[in-house]
Design a protein around this ligand. Structure first.
Ligand SMILES: [Zn+2]
Ligand SMILES: [Zn+2]
Length: 192
């Protein structure tokens, strides 16, 4: 038994069929909510919630991981998608560009809400191609595409004061003379 085996896991997760299991020993270093078309296709959903960990804080604890190598359209570098060949669940990403880091498919944790998405630790990227109707929370750093240039130069984020709805406006125009007056959408309570 190694030192790492004796440390209680911070959180655990796994695939749909249960064959592949993993654990992490720390909180995420940061979390990227990615709306790019690669993530939309890979998740089959509107976006990927990707908590990032140091590779040595992450361990597969059971099962055989299958790997698909994808060439990133942006960087031309290899991205490795790790998944369960039995049930098809994708569990994590590793990157030729960023050795030493693992990006998890956040929804595969046993308790997906165990880590928080705060303005300090999270960002939303690729808003330019995000699914219409997706709500971007207020106060978090957002980017039209990547958060940095290919050479690593940071790009200035856009931070919205109120939740932003991508694409067509979903707020129905309600008459001002309805009981209670006009609805105030400027500070939606759910996002406070
Ligand atoms: Zn599985
Ligand atoms: Zn993405």
């Amino acid at each position: 038994m190694t030192e790492q085996d004796k440390t209680p896991p911070r959180a655990e997760g796994g695939c749909l069929c249960g064959a592949l299991r993993y654990r992490v020993a720390t909180d995420p270093l940061r979390t990227t909510v990615c709306h790019c078309t690669f993530c939309q296709r890979a998740t089959g959903a509107a976006y990927m919630v990707e908590p990032v960990f140091a590779a040595d804080a992450f361990a597969v604890t059971s099962g055989e991981v299958s790997r698909y190598t994808h060439i990133s359209e942006g960087s031309g570098k290899e991205v490795y998608v790790h998944f369960c060949a039995t049930c098809g669940t994708k569990l994590f990403l590793t990157f030729k560009r960023f050795p030493g880091f693992v990006g998890l498919y956040g929804g595969t944790f046993d308790t997906p809400n165990w880590f928080d998405l705060t303005p300090e630790t999270s960002k939303h990227i690729f808003l330019g191609v995000a699914r219409h109707g997706t709500v971007i929370p207020a106060h978090v750093p957002t980017y039209v595409e990547h958060a940095a240039e290919i050479d690593g130069t940071p790009i200035a984020p856009t931070v919205y004061d109120a939740p932003k709805v991508i694409g067509a406006c979903l707020v129905v125009d309600l008459p001002d003379d309805r009981p209670g007056g006009a609805p105030d959408f400027s500070v939606p309570r759910d996002f406070e």
